[in-house]
Design a protein around this ligand. Structure first.
Ligand SMILES: [Zn+2]
Length: 171
């Protein structure tokens, strides 16, 4: 991570030095930058036939691969609110209630920088699918029966783990 940064974001000096495994410091102004993980959320949504809603990614990273709806948590936002917002933005669906399942670490490669994330998964209860529209960074939404899910089609390790947990509970 420290290889990605050469200039201090506070004073602009080319004086960043390793501080610890988790941080760099600027020897010119004393600024310390911590490589914090970003929080991200993912939703497991099933229809009345117990089929899982799979989102096909419309953008890199992982364009064309499978994903679960979700995304990064904004500053000042709860994980639950972030997931409700993402599901509305990506699928135009309203989540009635959420149940936390598990979290897994993940890495997100974007424009040649790898960001560490902590991904939290929730079962999301949706009763009205009539408004379902794939939009934002989602190309298509599919409903896939648990026995037909190929976890190798998912773009991210953490999402694969969440889906494996989901399949276990359904078999
Ligand atoms: Zn500085």
């Amino acid at each position: 991570m420290s290889d990605n940064f050469r200039y201090c974001p506070k004073c602009g000096a080319a004086a960043l030095k390793p501080d610890s495994a988790k941080s760099v410091f600027c020897s010119a102004c004393g600024f310390v930058y911590y490589f914090n993980v970003a929080a991200a959320v993912a939703g497991l949504i099933v229809n009345e036939k117990n089929e899982l809603l799979v989102a096909v990614r419309g953008r890199e990273p992982g364009k064309g691969m499978w994903d679960l709806p979700g995304g990064f948590v904004d500053a000042g936002e709860s994980a639950e609110d972030a997931l409700r917002r993402e599901i509305k933005e990506e699928l135009n669906l309203d989540v009635e209630s959420l149940e936390y399942i598990a979290s897994f670490p993940n890495t997100y490669h974007y424009k040649n920088v790898t960001y560490p994330t902590c991904d939290l998964a929730y079962i999301c209860h949706v009763s009205d699918f009539s408004t379902l529209t794939a939009r934002s960074d989602i190309e298509t939404a599919l409903f896939v029966a648990p026995e037909s899910i190929d976890t190798s089609k998912f773009a991210f390790d953490s999402i694969r783990q969440f889906v494996k947990l989901f399949i276990q509970t359904k078999s």
